[in-house]
Design a protein around this ligand. Structure first.
Ligand SMILES: Cc1ncc(COP(=O)(O)O)c(C=O)c1O
Length: 403
């Protein structure tokens, strides 16, 4: 049966996650630099076994039951405490637990975006945030980045112009620390300036922060949320990279009105985030498993980043450029303009058994064809070396064939 005639108009704006499509190809013999997967050796499996047993001993009836939409109060309290480590002052009433940060991105779309509303983002930015919001048909405005993050002077020009036009700017979305996909970190001065703009123009900022736990350089920055005197920042973070993505746990910290609307919108999405997962993470935080593991994971990822940078240096042909990420999980590579990385991907997977994410989907207008994102946390050190060697051969061959 052909169901296309039954689809809602909005379905045309739902696109397949390229990351997911790509993960399908990641068979045993393909080296994948695709998804943002943690190194599985970092999962605290032994600690987790004890925690799971404890949860089932101590609160089986609560953990296996439905729960409050905003999340269990004990975890909201613990998240408020945990966030204080990075200077964020929050009450449990300011916290909502979500199904990964991805759900919070969806809630932003549901609650805030009408067709034609303006969303301003770094350009490039997180591909799955754009995918979540496209369904709500916003006007996506991109602001370029450099090695100090979003160029706030350009942001200011765009805000001025959009305000003069009478555009409705719903929020500015930023991943200020170890950005996905570029790995760059916004300087403290730019953070302060961004917040000044947000206040001056009566706007809201969304700070997506999965990666500040993995800064490899001693860069002195605080979350925007820690500087947010007027409660205009909606802060998102996640257990995915610091504990385990399989739990599907994230959280938002925001003013109580935003939390109220997220709560209402979430009720019809999934009623509540898994209580079982929340109790497991709660115990993980209480037993200090998360903070105890972080230094080791950070060190491992730094060494993997360095291994990938070294392999790029060794193998890449002239004309290829890449970022030196300050943290996070990705290196952003730019090839000469003749190379279309979507085409390159097919070639690289079929001929060389190496995969990555083509860059176009990270841009608001999908216009840049010659970039790609490489993940360095999931592959082993050997795979990093071998994968970059294969990728550079594929690139050389494609490059030669375009001349
Ligand atoms: C910037 C950013 N935001 C949100 C997410 C979603 O993470 P999760 O839903 O696993 O919390 C990711 C995952 O890679 C990300 O990189």
């Amino acid at each position: 049966m052909d169901i296309s005639r039954l689809l809602a108009t909005r379905a045309q704006f739902i696109s397949a996650s390229e990351v997911r499509e790509l993960l399908k190809w990641a068979t045993a013999d393909v080296i994948s630099f695709g998804g943002g997967l943690p190194d599985p050796s970092t999962f605290p499996i032994e600690d987790m076994k004890k925690v799971v047993e404890h949860v089932l001993e101590a609160y089986p009836h609560k953990a296996l039951q439905y729960g409050p939409t905003e999340g269990i109060i004990e975890l909201r309290q613990e998240i408020a405490k945990f966030s204080a480590h990075s200077g964020i002052v929050a009450n449990p009433e300011n916290v909502i637990i979500t199904v990964g940060s991805q759900e919070a991105l969806e809630l932003l779309g549901r609650v805030f975006i009408n067709p034609g509303d303006v969303i301003i983002t770094e350009n490039p930015t997180y591909i799955a945030a754009l995918q979540a919001w496209r369904v709500y048909q916003p006007r996506l405005i991109g602001v370029p980045i450099d090695e100090n993050g979003m160029i706030v002077e350009i942001l200011e020009e765009k805000i001025k112009r959009l305000t003069t036009e009478g555009a409705k700017i719903k929020f500015i979305y930023t991943i200020p620390t170890a950005q996905n996909p570029s790995g760059v970190t916004m300087s403290q001065d730019r953070r302060k300036y961004l917040l000044e703009l947000v206040e001056r123009y009566d706007l809201v900022a969304v700070e997506d922060d999965p990666y500040s736990y993995f800064l490899f350089e001693s860069i002195n920055v605080t979350p925007l949320k820690a500087l947010d005197k007027t409660n205009r920042v909606i802060y998102l973070s996640t257990a995915s990279k610091i504990f385990a993505p399989g739990l599907r746990l994230g959280w938002a910290i925001a003013n109580e009105d935003v939390i109220k609307w997220f709560n209402l919108a979430k009720q019809s999405l999934n009623l509540n985030t898994s209580n079982f997962a929340q109790y497991v993470f709660l115990e993980g935080l209480r037993r200090n498993i998360v903070l105890k593991n972080l230094p080791h994971v950070r060190d491992l990822y730094k060494r993997k980043r360095d291994a990938m940078l070294a392999a790029l240096e060794t193998y890449m042909p002239p004309g290829i450029e890449w970022t030196r990420p300050s943290g996070g999980m990705f290196i952003w590579v730019t090839a000469p303009s003749e190379i279309d990385t979507k085409e390159l991907l097919k070639y690289a997977v079929t001929q060389y058994k190496v995969a990555f994410i083509p860059g176009h989907g990270f841009f608001v207008d999908q216009s840049v064809k010659n970039a790609m994102r490489l993940n360095f946390t999931y592959p082993t050190f050997e795979q990093i070396h071998e994968g970059i060697r294969r990728l550079s051969m594929a690139l050389r061959e494609r490059y030669d064939s375009t001349r």
